[in-house]
Design a protein around this ligand. Structure first.
Ligand code: GLY
Ligand code: MN
Ligand code: MN
Length: 454
């Protein structure tokens, strides 16, 4: 866990960057059906970053450099239903706050402040309170709040310190154990649910939670496939995209794809080798000063060469990458920022990931590239190329017409039912070589196959 001093230093930096009073709301509890039955609580990541506070319904003000933490006071019968709780003063002290006030006093406390900077958070009710207190229209993911505050948060959160990287390294160990357990549980006749459970078991056993719902599927071509409905068969590939989240909130995001039987067919092995070659070459580029789009293009080029060699494309790799033809088989971006959020800072739209003067490509596939910064030491990104045979793409009349001279759709039809392969790691940019935080999770074919059903 990060120390209270780290959070206090962050607040001091934030106060120095934003000239004026700051209000940050924490997330509240969200009913799942009844008021007492709530969805699993997750603190807003910016609030967590500046407070370390994982209690629901909290808020923070920073006025003239002085921080005040607002916490809900326990109800009279809380001790009966939830056990004895500490006072808000005790909780605040543990988090390193000198001033702690009951949440209910927040509106009155800020009533006389002008020009309060705030942001929208994923909690609608708390965002609405912030909107009313600041007279600022806020909508999560759209009208995100005060420009100076958002810029300062992005600048700070985007570069991870050594202490934050340590959190991610430790979490990557648990993610490794979970991936190994999922590989070991894989056999023909097992169900996707079983493999998902084997993965989650290791994460829960370590006292952690999932950073996002795991993707565990033999239909890896469905990019965000959160259903577990299939029984595994000999000859299929299983794709598992899953990661643990640290108690401090830092995410990991790792994909491995392995044969259900522990043996690749020749065709599967050729495609796997191409994806792995693309991933390794892209990771090599994760260095200070590299434009992230070039990391994407490197993978695109290597995959396009494979597609051309297999006769799936009627053009060479250069022509494919220029026209976007390769993207019919690699239809997403090669990665994104990762930190406290699995797609870090994407609640602020493209603001954290596309610098001024760079916009998303209008080309099919490359338009989904989530990141186009010049990389700096401290940034952590994913590198996750893939190869997919997607009926929704290959049967699409518009794409077929657009790419008729570049893609051999008849040859592609011979690959129907192949599924998808993605290989994903989390990579820290350093002043030297890239640091692959998740590299201990097997991906070399022999090591990977040895772990299946073991
Ligand atoms: N797990 C979602 C992603 O890889 O971006
Ligand atoms: Mn990812
Ligand atoms: Mn992923």
């Amino acid at each position: 866990m990060l120390s209270p001093k780290i959070h206090a230093d962050r607040r001091a930096r934030l106060a120095a960057a934003v000239n004026g009073p700051i209000l940050l709301m924490g997330s509240g509890d969200r009913p799942r059906n009844l008021p007492m039955s709530t969805v699993a609580f997750r603190q807003d990541s910016s609030f967590l970053y500046f407070t370390g506070c994982t209690h629901s319904g909290a808020a923070l003000t920073i006025v003239d450099g002085r921080s005040t933490l607002y916490l809900p006071e326990p109800a009279d019968d809380d001790a009966l239903w939830h056990g004895a709780s500490r006072t808000i003063a005790e909780l605040g002290e543990t988090l390193g706050f000198e001033r702690v006030r009951p949440s209910g006093t927040l509106e009155a406390d800020v009533a006389d402040l002008d020009d309060i900077a705030t942001i929208a958070i994923p909690d609608l009710a708390q965002t609405q309170r912030a909107s009313q207190m600041t007279n600022c229209p806020l909508r999560f993911g759209q009208d995100n709040g005060d420009d100076r505050l958002i810029s300062a948060i992005i600048q700070m959160r985007r570069l991870l310190s050594e202490a934050e990287l340590e959190e991610m390294r430790a979490t990557a160990q648990i993610t490794r154990t979970a991936h190994l357990a999922a590989m070991a549980a894989t056999r023909p006749g097992a169900h996707e649910r079983e493999i998902a459970a084997a993965f989650q078991h290791e994460v829960s056993r370590a006292g952690l939670s999932l950073a996002y719902p795991s993707i565990v599927t033999v239909r890896g071509e469905v990019l965000h496939n959160f259903e577990y409905v299939n029984t595994l068969s000999d000859g299929q590939l299983l794709l598992l995209d899953g990661g643990a989240e640290a108690a401090s909130g830092y995410a990991t995001d790792v994909t491995r794809t392995w044969p259900v039987s522990g043996r690749f067919s020749d065709r599967q092995r050729a495609a796997y080798d191409a994806v792995l070659a693309a991933q390794l070459a892209s990771i090599e580029l994760v260095r200070a000063g590299t434009r992230y789009r070039d990391v994407h293009t490197k993978s695109s080029h290597i995959l396009a060469t494979f597609l051309s060699d297999e006769g799936l494309l009627r053009c060479d790799a250069d022509a494919a990458v220029e026209t976007g033809a390769h993207a019919l088989f690699f239809p997403h971006g090669v990665g994104h920022l990762i930190g406290l959020d699995v797609h870090d800072l994407e609640n602020f739209g493209d603001r954290a990931a596309y610098p001024a003067g760079r916009q998303r490509s209008t080309q099919f596939g490359t338009g989904y590239l989530r990141l186009d910064l010049d990389l700096e030491p401290g940034m952590v990104v994913t590198v996750e190329p893939g190869f997919y045979v997607v009926p929704a793409i290959l049967d699409d009349p518009q794409l077929r017409a657009q790419f008729s001279s570049l893609v051999d759709f008849e040859r592609a039809a011979e690959w129907a039912g192949f599924g998808g392969i993605r290989i994903e790691d989390d990579v820290a940019v350093t002043s030297g070589d890239p640091e692959v935080l998740t590299e201990a999770i097997p991906k070399a074919p022999d090591e990977l196959c040895a772990a299946v059903g073991s």
